[in-house]
Design a binder for this molecule. Structure first.
Ligand code: GDP
Ligand code: IMO
Ligand code: MG
Length: 430
């Protein structure tokens, strides 16, 4: 029996959805523990693509899926996701999809504030958020003004909280941002059907997953975003508003750290970033364009073009330490096929000094020049390869260098978006 946490190691979109879907076969319950519909997790099963923003990626395997207390949930988006899954014939009944009563609800004014702030910001002030209200919702949680599912379920409490919030938010929206305000009455009537629709899904998640685990069930915790978008450890302020590292699986789901057995870090065979912020190995040449095109690197949530660059083992080492990674899953290895040479960033050079650890000071990070190791590429299309032995020697060599430079074993290799396009070297559940 094992409980596993899956996290992104870079700046998100590493292929977490694919790996969670794959490993969910062996889990009893899949729990998302942070973030909201800023995430876009893609699963491809029998050639059909599914993108989930809120529902955990275990749903296609027919597993019980849980929206943890650490998440921020836009109920309208959740309902449309549930409807979409129902249309596809997937069971999303309250037995299969549970929502923590402590999860926070994204309100219309959160989205308006997020967008108004981005609009008003100039130059480096712009974060490039997804505009989904994630930051303002977490702000209300921290300032103890948030609205939780338990509050949504009680019409009187909800009504009162919305009225108080609208007064404050309208002040900001009108006076500071020059934006249109919200009507408390309109929100109350807009959200009433959401209450009716979602009420049966709301539960005490901590108790549920504890019971599952105590009776022999295996838990899979699904992270969103990536380690370098973490509010504490990422490239602040160009980060998201939640803690994306493995430790938050405990806080965001309501379990203790002794329950976690294994942490898998998902890393693309190269690096991407969507939104603003420093990215030392970013490529601005035709190789970057080629990776972007071949990897179809467009955001699953906003459709924005993802910035692309070489794999960076400084950030992967950082992720290995911050998450206490047991192993890595390397995804999109097929995308690097056909290049004469591939490069791995082993460290940075900044103001004449070698830098081996990821700097907290962005003005330092911005001056970091990557130090590369150049390896021969492979010409073969590896998307049909299903065993490690069949991989070209150059590909094996590339993977071995990543293992050595990160000090982390590679457990899984992904060579295509499909569930079956995978080489599993170690399955932590078995
Ligand atoms: P997530 O947010 O970490 O779940 O990742 P996204 O779904 O946003 O982005 C990953 C993209 O890469 C999706 O379009 C996946 O279908 C795709 N993908 C995942 N693994 C592979 C792979 O090994 N090869 C290729 N070519 N595509 C992959
Ligand atoms: P998944 O789970 C990639 C980025 C945004 C922006 C910053 C802050 O699919 O990997 P936010 O809306 O969270 O306040 O935006 O974080 N971002 C992501 N980038 N993948 C994601 O999720 C992301 N979620 C947020 O682009 O730079
Ligand atoms: Mg994504």
């Amino acid at each position: 029996m094992a409980n596993i946490v899956i996290v992104g190691t870079q700046w998100g979109d590493e292929g977490k959805g694919k790996i969670v879907d794959l490993l969910a076969e062996y889990a009893d319950v899949v729990v998302r523990f942070q973030g909201g519909n800023n995430a876009g997790h893609t699963m491809v099963v029998n050639g059909e693509q599914f993108i989930s923003h809120l529902v955990p990626s275990g749903i296609l395997q027919g597993k019980i899926c849980v929206i943890g207390n650490g998440m921020v949930v836009d109920p309208e988006v959740l309902i449309s996701e549930i409807d979409y899954l129902i249309e596809k014939g997937i069971d999303v009944s309250p037995e299969k999809l549970k929502i923590s009563e402590k999860a926070h609800v994204i309100m219309p004014y959160h989205k308006q504030l997020d967008q108004a702030r981005e609009k008003k910001a100039t130059g480096k002030e712009k974060i490039g958020t997804t505009g989904r209200g994630i930051g303002p919702c977490y702000e209300d949680k921290a300032s103890r003004r948030g609205i939780r599912f338990v509050d949504l379920l009680d019409p009187d409490v909800f009504d009162q909280k919305v009225k108080a919030a609208a007064e404050e938010k309208n002040f900001y929206l009108n006076q500071y941002y020059g934006a249109e305000g919200v009507s408390a009455a309109a929100i109350v009537s807009e959200y009433a059907p959401f209450r009716d629709r979602l009420a049966d899904h709301v539960a005490d998640i901590s108790v549920f997953i504890d019971q599952t685990s105590r009776t022999g069930g295996q838990l899979l915790f699904e992270g969103a975003q990536g380690t370098h978008l973490d509010i504490d450890h990422g490239t602040y302020p160009y980060v998201t508003s939640s803690s994306t590292v493995s430790g938050n699986a405990c806080c965001g789901a309501g379990i203790g750290p002794r329950r976690i057995d294994h942490v898998t870090g998902i890393a693309k065979a190269y690096t991407t970033r969507v939104g603003r912020g420093p990215f030392p190995t970013e490529l601005f040449d035709e190789i970057g364009d080629r990776i972007q095109e071949k990897g179809a690197e467009f955001g699953a949530t906003t459709g924005r073009r993802r910035r692309c660059g070489w794999v960076d083992t400084v950030i992967l080492r950082n992720a290995a330490r911050l998450n206490s990674l047991s192993g890595l899953a390397i995804t999109k290895l097929d995308v690097l096929g056909g290049l004469d040479e591939v490069r791995i960033c082993t460290g940075y050079r900044c103001r004449g000094q070698n830098v081996s650890e990821f700097p907290a000071d962005l003005s330092v990070l911005e001056q970091c020049e990557p130090i590369y190791e150049t390896l021969p590429g492979w010409k073969e299309d590896i998307s049909g390869v299903r065993s490690y032995e069949e991989l070209p020697d150059q590909t094996k060599n590339y993977l071995k260098r990543i293992e050595v430079l990160t000090g982390t074993p590679i457990d899984i290799i992904s060579v295509g978006p499909g569930r079956n396009e995978t080489i599993i070297l170690k399955n932590a559940f078995c």
